[in-house]
Design a protein around this ligand. Sequence first.
Ligand SMILES: NC(=O)c1ccc[n+]([C@@H]2O[C@H](COP(=O)([O-])OP(=O)(O)OC[C@H]3O[C@@H](n4cnc5c(N)ncnc54)[C@H](O)[C@@H]3O)[C@@H](O)[C@H]2O)c1
Length: 334
Amino acid sequence: MHETLILTDEEVRKLLSMPEVLNVVEEAFREKALNRVQMPPKIYLFYKKYDGDLRVMPSYLEELDISAVKIVNVHPQNRQRFELPTVMAIVVLVDPKTGFPLSIMGGSWLTAMRTGAAGGIAAKYLAREDSEVICFIGAGTQAKTQLMALSNVLRNIKRIQVYDLVKEASKSFVEYALTVLKDIKVKVCESPRDAVSSADVIVTATPSRQPIVMSEWVSNGAHFNCIGADAPGKQEIDPKILLRSKIVVDDMEQALHSGEVNVPIAKGMLKKEQIYGELGEIVAGIKRGRESRDEITVFVSTGLSIQDAVAAKLAYDKALSRGFGVRLKIVIAS
Ligand SMILES: NC(=O)c1ccc[n+]([C@@H]2O[C@H](COP(=O)([O-])OP(=O)(O)OC[C@H]3O[C@@H](n4cnc5c(N)ncnc54)[C@H](O)[C@@H]3O)[C@@H](O)[C@H]2O)c1
């Protein structure tokens, strides 16, 4: 009794499947729109001398009775300098009734899965159903789970175009893409412009602090999943694209200070009133998603603690039923 279940990243990877994560993340967005979640905006520590940061992300989904706290870093130089991932995380799943830590689990793969799922849900409501060409700017961990989720919600994908500053990353992404979707064409592009050309869905997943995708390359009807900008000062797309688009954020407060809109808003190029709404409002049927073939839609993802909490609960329940993990008496129960 009163033992905490310890799960490694590798175990969490085996436990979480994308269709299941898509379901629970969609439910979490609905709960948010129905005002049944507590989720203070994430707290940041900036390790400026090391080009990295650390975030603390708590939440409670009241109706589902799920609560968790994640700590997660973003260190873009890690891969080259230390052979460590850019993003690493730990999630503590808490029993809301007693506050007891039910589980401590690796949250790195979980983060990639729940971020992929948010992109998948956004595409389900905002991208054209018949989207065929998917562009990836940045071909790292998040790009892979974005593709995994998109392949579950868009049934007509025919072509993948990828651009990454590091050619090896693009090549490894292409190998991965061919395991996810068998009958597709893939292209490693020499420039972001080449990758964006004729794309129906554009996923940006880099740690960039300046626009990489320019407005004149983007056709009407495109959908963007802007994933990389998740801290103040980060941006990946030309603000002129935002001015042509229906902008949907995951959370208004977080998006204003750290999402793709944060720099244009700080510079006075975009106003809060020009943001259409939150993804949850569309999922809950409060607002409409895509309304015409021609509109450009942009999903601004900052990453929400409620996504982590529901994914962690899913992993925990599956771990219990499949006998995964190690149980430890971390907390003194008497
Ligand atoms: N929105 C969310 O919920 C969420 C969740 C996790 C991570 N992120 C963010 O997503 C970004 C990517 O994370 P990751 O885990 O995939 O990192 P990663 O290091 O695995 O991949 C990033 C890739 O982007 C490439 N890149 C960097 N600058 C580029 C540029 N200017 N043009 C093209 N390619 C470029 C790198 O070479 C690398 O391959 C980070 O900024 C991270 O903070 C967001």
